[in-house]
Design a protein around this ligand. Sequence first.
Ligand code: AHG
Ligand code: MN
Ligand code: MN
Ligand code: MN
Length: 335
Amino acid sequence: MTRKNQTLGEFIIENQKDFPYASGELSRLINSIRLAAKMVNHEVNKAGLVDITGAVGETNVQGEDQQKLDVLANETFINTLTNREIVCGIASEENDEFITIKGQKNDHRNSYVVLMDPLDGSSNIDVNVSVGTIFSIYRRVTPAGTPVTIDDFLQPGNLQVAAGYIIYGTSTMLVYTTGNGVNGFTLNPALGTYYLSHPNMKFPKDGNIYSVNEGNYIHFPQGIKDYIKFCQEEKEDRPYTSRYIGSLVSDIHRNMIKGGVYLYPSTSKSPNGKLRLLYECNPMAFIAEQAGGKASDGFRRILDIKPTQLHERTPFVCGSINMVEKVESFMDNSK
Ligand code: AHG
Ligand code: MN
Ligand code: MN
Ligand code: MN
């Protein structure tokens, strides 16, 4: 049951029975994420006041310049999940390898692994524009009591048991699904409590917003170029509105509320696009589908892709179902 203005804590307890496997372990894990998100929120809000903006001077495994907040958010989530001994493994956009949680009371007996993008939209930090965190949760597939292996992380998105994001925006929200719809909670910063503000979120079936980094137009596949021209045509309810923040979390969040499509296609320079399948696309695809939307690589369902590498990338089209299907038809016609 969902009740508006319920706190996230109440919601987790009341809906625990609907969680897959209902042992309480997943509830505790989501509680830990809620706590880490509050800590990161506190840091993000101070950016500009204290010395936490700008680059660290290191390059991450993605080939990107790590920002101080990338590192801080990564450490906060890892430390919170590790200290609470709540997961058996963690993989992060910011770490070359997955982390095995050792020295637990119940050595390697926790059931879940977490995969995360600790800070999404890093390029927005220094200019005071919304950033986010994305998380994805699976049950381990290797036997309990043994250290996790890469197989626990390389699971297709359709096996996720929960996924969500935090948006550090005009207000801070935690939006998540456990496969039973999508609910959004807004943080009251004075009380440090999240309240259910957006129960049962749904992507409108159609929309009039397209979100894509059009600066890369020249490098896009023909089907995407054709779709962009379609969006700009003066016909029926078009031209559509173009909105692109450059933070996947914020772009998807807006489009889920207003109706729209997000595209990060392959380019002639990056045939697999830019976004990471495990930390960005799978969790967003799970949320999109749970909200009645759709996520595709232009041809196939994101959640059915069997990953082969931790930091694998994929082209990504996600949003209102009719808009995603329109993009797919343009991709098909250009084959
Ligand atoms: P991150 O900050 O976690 O590395 O993710 C950035 C991603 C995504 O959030 C965003 O939509 C996209 O990169 C923006 O890329 P471009 O600057 O190439 O448009
Ligand atoms: Mn990054
Ligand atoms: Mn990201
Ligand atoms: Mn990131």
